[in-house]
Write a new protein. Structure first.
Length: 359
């Protein structure tokens, strides 16, 4: 039984850094699924991705938790789904119990490794299915929270590969642009990227680095950039909506992350979809996304010299960048498209509703 009516419970919608949720909802709506979005908090970002309004998602949101029960009663969804294992999942569980509905949730990264709910195992046991975005996450959940591995579904987030497409080679910027799209928060370890840029300059490489994003460490990173004398090399334009991010990926030669921890970073999927090879640390689900030596290069986590050397390898070899970029695009279309992701989610929910999956 393919679901026709779904209610999503989210902590904040829309959120600029959570393009994967917007894309998922837009694809469900494109397929004719009726939706209601129950957001525990209103959006904090001034910028919103244009897709939110284009898909009509802004017309489906309620920001009043005291009305959630009434909306569920009136809308009569077949299933509730939450993103992130914390507040949203707690509310989905409450609503599911009250209205005797099945619920599922997707766990991503911080809600598993750094700020997991103390009762993660109980939430997983109450849900009809637990989804997570990488095999690494699934193994960690099973080992740490004692959730049976066979009850965890691995469904990576998807990217709109029809929109995120490679540009003609002539559109690539000169000198080469290293692009990082990441929130300016501690886990992204962006100070290491700045140090790697300083090392690349010492090695005589000519390049530009663009760090798109905002967050509590934005000013601190600007101060570090100045201390390293990188103002002419590293640009920090702040947060950007998805259309602007796409333009940057189509100009970039290399994508990069320097994170301490990751689930399955969508920014690297966007890079791959645009035919951009990446350098990233071998943490979390990144090795499942980046095939070493085929679609990008994996650096040693927390190692500035390793990150700089991997970036140097790609900066010095344009033909290697092109070869890896083509392979990355092919794999993104096959494995990481939002259409493929939603197909898997619908199959999972169909199994839950037919009684073939879940508890």
């Amino acid at each position: 039984m393919t679901p026709q009516r779904l209610a999503y419970v989210l902590n904040i919608f829309p959120k600029l850094s959570e393009t994967f949720i917007t894309g998922e909802l837009a694809e469900l709506r494109r397929r004719g699924v009726e939706l209601r979005i129950l957001s525990l908090l209103p959006p904090r970002d001034e910028l919103h991705h244009e897709l939110v309004s284009r898909a009509g998602l802004d017309q489906l949101v309620c920001y009043e938790p005291e009305r959630f029960s009434a909306i569920v009663r009136e809308f009569q969804p077949q299933l509730l789904h939450a993103h992130f294992a914390r507040e949203a999942t707690a509310e989905a569980r409450r609503l599911a119990t009250e209205h005797q509905l099945p619920f599922t949730f997707t766990a991503h990264g911080y809600d598993i490794y750094r700020k997991a709910p103390a009762d993660f195992a109980a939430r997983a046991a109450a849900a009809q299915a637990v989804v997570t975005v990488s095999e690494a996450n699934a193994a960690y959940i099973a080992a740490t929270f004692k959730v049976p591995r066979e009850t965890i579904q691995v469904i990576p987030c998807g990217v709109a590969t029809d929109t995120f497409q490679p540009s003609p080679p002539a559109m690539r910027a000169t000198p080469p642009v290293i692009l990082c799209v990441a929130r300016h928060v501690a886990v992204k370890n962006l100070g290491q990227l700045l140090e790697a840029c300083a090392e690349l300059r010492r090695r005589g490489l000519v390049f530009q680095c663009v760090m798109i994003g905002d967050g509590p460490l934005h000013e601190e990173l600007k101060t570090q950039r100045a201390a390293l004398g990188l103002q002419e090399i590293v640009t920090m334009p702040g947060a950007a909506e998805q259309g602007e991010v796409l333009k940057w990926w189509q100009r970039a030669s290399i994508g990069v992350l320097s994170s301490h921890s990751e689930g399955m970073p969508v920014s690297l999927m966007e890079a791959a979809a645009c035919g951009v090879p990446v350098v990233a640390p071998a943490v979390g689900g990144i090795p499942e996304l980046v095939r070493e030596g085929e679609t990008g290069l994996l650096a040693k986590p927390g190692d500035v010299a390793s990150l700089a050397s991997k970036l140097e390898q790609l900066l010095r070899d344009e033909s290697l960048r092109q070869q890896m970029g083509e392979a990355a695009r092919k794999r993104a279309v096959e494995k990481f498209s939002v259409r493929n992701q939603v197909e898997q989610l619908l199959a999972l929910w169909s199994g839950v509703l037919s009684g073939g999956l879940g508890r």
